[in-house]
Design a protein around this ligand. Structure first.
Ligand SMILES: Cc1cc2nc3c(=O)[nH]c(=O)nc-3n(C[C@H](O)[C@H](O)[C@H](O)COP(=O)(O)OP(=O)(O)OC[C@H]3O[C@@H](n4cnc5c(N)ncnc54)[C@H](O)[C@@H]3O)c2cc1C
Length: 459
C-alpha cells in the first residue's frame, strides 16, 4: 500500500483517486477551488464555482474509451451519470444510408458511449469520490517536500500542514504549476513542449428534444468547424470554432452573428431549435502542452507522476482529454500495482505514458497543424493545400473513404474514439485502401458558407 496525494479534483484526479483507493492505497486529494460539491446535477451546472477549470462550462463529450474505463473500473460513476440523464450515443448510427453492407461486426458495441455536460460529468465523479476518498477542497499547496533531490516525499499546504506521500500525483490540469515547484525543490531536467495552435471556441447550450444527427459531431466547413454534442437531460451544445488569428471570427461572441453562421449550415441549423440555456460562451488561449519527467533514460525526479492534462493536453476539438485521462488513471493504478519502488516506478510510469498517451498528443498536434494550414490557405482565397506527407494524405482521404466503406468507417471511428492506436490507420494495407477509395469518391465537403458568405454573415 502506498500513501498517495493527488493534487487536483478534476475528472482525472478524482478518477485516479478512486481507482487507487479501491486498490488499497491510502489516498488524499487536495483541490484548490473551495466550493463544496453541489447536491444536484442542475446545481452543478448552474452554481458550481470551478475557477480552476477554465473550460468547465465549455462543450464536452465523453469518447467511448472513457465509457469503457468507467465500465471496467468505475461502474458506480457510470450509473450516476446515467441517473443524471446522460445521453447515449453510438457513432455507428451515423453510417451513411447508401452503405449497403449494414451487418453488425464483432466488437461494434465498443463504439457506444454515454455523455453529459462537463459539470454534470464531474459531479458524478465528485459525489462518488467524496463517499470513499479524503477529498479536501479549498486547500492550496505551497511547496513540495523532498527527501533529498530528486525524490519528492509529499507536499506542504499554505496552511502549514505537511502531507508525507510515497507518490504525489499532479492532476492539476493544463495550467499545473508543478514545474515551478519542482524547480524550487531543486529538481532539474523536466522536459516540456508547448505550441499555441490558437483555436477559439464559441459555444451555446440548448434544451429541448435532442436534434437529429445529420453530420459528424465535428465538421470542418471552410475556415470554421462546427461541433454539435448531445448532453444530459435533454441538453446539447453547438460550438463554432476557428483560428484565433482570424479576426472577423471575434464577432461570433455576438448572439446574432453566431446564430446567423450556424443557421447557414444546413446539416446543423436545426440544432438551434431548442431553448437556449446559456449565452455564447467564448474560450481561447488553449495551448498544447506535453511534459515528461524523464530526461534521456533517467527520471529527473521520483515520487511524482504527471496525469491527464498536466501531462499532455491539446486543442480539444476531438474531445479526447477525459477519455485519455481516465485511461491514464487506469495505467497509473496498474503501474503502481507492478512497481512501488520510486525509481523503478518512475521509469515504468514514463514508459507506459510514452506508449499509450504521448502518441495521441503527437497525432492531435499534427492534425491541428494540417487544419491550420488549410484554414490559412482558404482565408487567402487559395486552394486547399496538398497534404504535407503520406500520413496527412491518409487522414485527408479518410472521411471520403469512410463514407463509402463500412470497415474503413469503423477504422476511422476506432481512431476518433481512441479505441485503436493513433497510428493504426497508417498500417500499409489499410492506408492504401483508404487512399484508393478516396480517389474514386466525392470529396468530403460539408455544406455551409464559403469564406465570402461567412464574412458577410459576420459583418
Ligand atoms: C474548450 C475545451 C473543450 C473540451 N472538450 C472536451 C471534450 O469534449 N471531451 C473531453 O474528453 N475533453 C475535453 N476537453 C479537455 C478536458 O476538459 C480535459 O482533458 C480534462 O478536464 C482534464 O482533466 P484533469 O482532471 O486532468 O484536469 P482539470 O479538469 O483541468 O482539473 C484540474 C484540477 O486541478 C485543480 N488545481 C489546479 N491548480 C491546483 C493547485 N495548485 N492545487 C490544487 N488543485 C489545483 C483545479 O482547480 C482543477 O480542479 C476540453 C477542453 C477545453 C479547453
Amino acid at each position: 500500500m502506498a500513501r498517495v496525494v493527488v493534487l487536483g479534483a478534476g475528472v482525472c484526479g478524482l478518477g485516479a483517486a478512486l481507482m487507487l483507493r479501491r486498490d488499497g492505497h491510502d489516498v488524499a486529494v487536495l483541490e484548490r477551488d473551495p466550493a463544496p460539491v453541489p447536491d444536484s446535477n442542475e446545481g452543478a451546472w448552474e452554481r458550481w464555482e470551478r475557477a480552476g477549470v477554465t473550460q468547465f462550462r465549455q462543450a464536452h463529450f465523453l469518447q467511448p474509451l472513457g465509457r469503457i474505463v468507467l465500465d471496467e473500473e468505475l461502474p458506480d460513476v457510470r450509473d450516476a451519470l446515467l441517473a443524471a440523464g446522460a445521453a447515449r450515443f453510438d457513432p455507428l448510427r451515423l453510417m451513411p444510408p447508401w452503405i449497403a453492407d449494414r451487418r453488425p461486426r464483432p466488437g461494434d458495441e465498443r463504439f457506444a458511449t454515454i455523455t453529459a455536460r462537463r459539470p454534470v460529468m464531474e459531479h458524478a465523479f465528485a459525489r462518488v469520490a467524496q463517499e470513499e476518498v479524503d477529498v479536501r477542497r479549498g486547500i492550496e499547496v505551497e511547496r513540495l517536500l523532498t527527501n533529498g533531490v530528486p525524490r519528492i516525499a509529499g507536499v506542504r499546504t499554505t496552511r502549514g500542514e505537511e502531507l508525507p506521500a510515497d507518490l504525489v500525483v499532479d492532476a492539476m490540469g493544463r495550467r499545473s504549476r508543478l514545474p515551478a515547484w519542482l524547480a524550487d525543490a531543486g529538481a532539474r531536467g523536466m522536459h516540456e513542449e508547448s505550441e499555441d495552435f490558437g483555436f477559439l471556441y464559441y459555444t451555446r447550450f440548448f434544451r429541448g428534444e435532442q436534434p437529429r444527427m445529420l453530420a459528424p459531431l465535428l465538421t470542418a466547413i471552410g475556415t470554421i468547424s462546427l461541433l454539435t454534442l448531445p448532453g444530459d437531460d435533454d441538453t446539447w451544445s453547438v460550438t463554432v470554432l476557428g483560428a484565433a488569428g482570424d479576426r472577423p471570427l471575434k464577432r461570433l461572441r455576438k448572439t446574432e452573428a453566431w446564430t446567423a453562421v450556424v443557421r447557414a449550415c444546413p446539416l446543423q441549423a436545426h440544432w438551434l431549435e431548442g431553448e437556449p440555456i446559456t449565452e455564447i460562451l467564448g474560450m481561447g488561449g488553449i495551448v498544447d502542452r506535453y511534459r515528461r519527467l524523464v530526461s534521456g533514460s533517467r527520471p529527473a525526479v521520483t515520487g511524482v507522476a504527471l496525469l491527464g492534462d498536466a501531462c499532455a493536453c491539446t486543442n480539444p476539438s476531438l474531445g479526447r482529454g477525459i477519455a485519455l485521462g481516465l485511461r491514464h488513471a487506469q495505467l497509473l493504478r496498474d503501474t503502481l500495482r507492478e512497481e512501488e519502488e520510486p525509481g523503478r516506478f518512475a521509469e515504468a510510469w514514463d514508459a507506459a505514458t510514452e506508449v499509450e498517451i504521448t502518441p495521441w498528443y503527437r497525432a492531435t498536434a499534427r492534425q491541428d497543424r494540417e487544419r491550420l494550414r488549410e484554414i490559412d490557405a482558404l482565408r487567402q482565397g487559395l486552394e486547399r493545400p496538398a497534404p504535407a506527407d503520406r500520413q496527412a494524405a491518409v487522414r485527408a482521404a479518410l472521411t471520403p473513404a469512410a463514407m463509402c466503406d463500412p470497415d474503413v468507417l469503423r477504422a476511422m471511428l476506432a481512431e476518433r474514439c481512441c479505441l485503436d492506436s493513433p497510428t493504426a490507420l497508417d498500417e500499409p494495407e489499410l492506408a492504401e485502401r483508404i487512399l484508393e477509395l478516396a480517389r474514386d469518391a466525392e470529396p468530403a465537403q460539408f455544406a455551409g458558407p464559403d469564406r465570402k458568405q461567412l464574412l458577410t454573415l459576420l459583418a
